[in-house]
Design a protein around this ligand. Sequence first.
Ligand SMILES: [Zn+2]
Length: 290
Amino acid sequence: MSDMLSGLESLGLGGMGKMDIFEDAAKIAQQEKEAARKSAIDAAQQALLDEKACLLDKTQKCRICDFEFKTKSVKTGKAKLVSQDIDLRPRYKEIDSVKYGVIACPVCGYAALQKNFEVLTSGQAALIKEKISSFFTGLPEPGETYTYDDAIQRHKLALVNAVVKRGKTSERAYLCLILAWLLRSKREEVEALAPDDVEKQSAALKAEEYDFLNKALEGFNQAYSKENFPLYVLDEQTSTYLIAALNLEVGNKEEAMRWAGKIIFNQNAPDRIKDKARNIKEIAEGKQSL
Ligand SMILES: [Zn+2]
């Protein structure tokens, strides 16, 4: 390399003559990537502390095997809603309370959404004992908070229970919806931490989320025509809106517009949900992006 930067000796900068003008670009890019990763890890550690402060342990007795165990629950008033995704997935400030919606017995494998845990007929208990408890090898002891993997495993266990106990279609559809939300959250966490195989992990999580969105849609479509409202916790307007949103997310634009129309032209629908339905229609028409 020639002394391209020579001529600065008179300024006292004689040592700069052999400096490579672009050599450090790659180094800087690498340093920036490391710094971004470190700040994501710091943010994750802080988030963990925030999350811990929002939780309490509750004692729960299993409806099937009578075992008493501790289950994590979000303290009342701690989850502060910041925003919602188009499919109503809530985003909270200090804790993702979506992770804590299932109660699971670590001994016999009985698991259900909090609201449903105590609701069990003797016939359903017998089915769970026969088809789940007799094979179940135990739930791993969680840390002080649930990771997304913990939460996904618990919700899948609750979904298997819902199928085995012949639970309502709406309960199964709701669990599929929550699983889609949890997979989305896990993907966002992976993308923020940016491990070396981030693209591979992200694509796999996106594909799994898509499958659960499709299953949630299938279930809510069925429940909408054969069950009374509310569908699990969703009133008629919210269920209609959600079916529009799920259709949009899985790429059924025509259906998304049809279901959004049911709300937009319904005189009884509140303005708040009408605005959201109009938003779906605009996205489906290509006037806005998802
Ligand atoms: Zn049990």
